[in-house]
Design a protein. Structure first.
Length: 305
């Protein structure tokens, strides 16, 4: 049965943001306090590190059911590099201009991670757990649950004079594998698509499809957790700007039809993440399994019919 315009409009509404911002501010105040292990070891906010929201609350794609807040704590004086796009001439130019690789970036990350963990554990006693990729702060009466990601910078060079900045962190069970992401690029590209190219229709559409996902999960048509919000947003980023129509019914129908066609033809394998730095589908830590996405799109078709 066709989904009504009023239902889609409800699905497109943004969830509350006040508690998320309060959670962010509470964590910042703890990490920057005089008693913080960061402060005690000479770290200074803005000079040495920065703290910012990422994920659905940062990108204003949160819906009512969203609960966890994602917070990045980024140490800016250590970094990893990607020089794979540079030939030897460009690498030599980079060195001649004074660029020096950061020695032992993992050790810098681990030291910073431990200071962040020590501070949060001391202040939020019994409410901080070590996950494999982040520090998990449990929900309380005055805050949401939070995933806190201590990280360092990542510098990806496209030429000796042009670079893109992201973040690097490591899994607790794997000190070799770097997990690289570009949260600021993700935010900027999503904001541009929303404001410049879709007449502010992109982000409401993301929220709409996040609620459609919940509907499919509730009917046991897809497995809960098989469509993470980050990947869903990246999937929709690939939809042409012209598919985001004034009416949500038109947007849903044309967007799903376009996605379905691209999965049928195999062209969806070329979809990119919203940060535009890697393909959406693959085996990487920040990539999605292709057939999970294809199953999701098939069910979106069925949800409309």
């Amino acid at each position: 049965m066709t989904i009504s315009e009023s239902q889609l409009k409800t699905w497109a509404n943004q969830g509350a943001t006040v508690t998320a911002q309060l959670t962010h501010e509470q964590i910042r105040n703890v990490l920057t306090s005089p008693n913080s292990a960061l402060t005690q070891n000479g770290y200074s906010e803005w000079r040495d590190y920065e703290i910012y929201l990422q994920g659905s609350y940062r990108n204003t794609t949160n819906i009512r059911s969203d609960s966890d807040v994602d917070i990045v704590v980024q140490f800016n004086k250590a970094f990893t590099t990607d020089l794979s796009s540079l030939n030897q001439v460009s690498r030599n130019l980079l060195v001649n201009k004074g660029f020096i690789l950061c020695p032992n970036p993992y050790i810098h990350w681990l030291t910073f991670y431990n200071h962040v963990y020590t501070t949060l554990r001391y202040h939020f006693q019994g409410q901080v757990k070590q996950g494999n990729k982040s520090l998990k702060l449990l929900k309380d009466t005055n805050r949401l649950a939070a995933d806190v990601v201590p990280c360092i910078r990542h510098l990806k060079f496209n030429s000796w004079r042009e670079r893109i900045e992201g973040i690097t962190f490591y899994k607790r069970d794997n000190s070799v594998e770097q997990i690289i992401n570009f949260p600021k690029l993700h935010f900027d590209n999503g904001t541009n698509k929303n404001q410049k190219y879709t007449n502010q229709r992109y982000k409401p559409t993301v929220r709409l499809f996040k609620n459609a996902r919940l509907s499919l999960e509730g009917q046991s048509l897809i497995t809960k957790g098989s469509v993470p919000s980050y990947f869903l947003e990246c999937l929709l980023y690939n939809i042409p700007d012209g598919k985001f129509k004034p009416l949500y019914q038109e947007t849903y129908k044309e967007s799903v039809a376009w996605l379905y066609q691209n999965f049928q033809s195999g062209d969806a394998r070329k979809f990119i993440c919203q940060n535009k730095q890697l393909y959406l589908f693959g085996n990487g830590a920040d990539q999605w399994e292709y057939y999970s996405a294809k199953c999701f799109v098939n069910q979106l078709v069925n949800l409309w019919n």
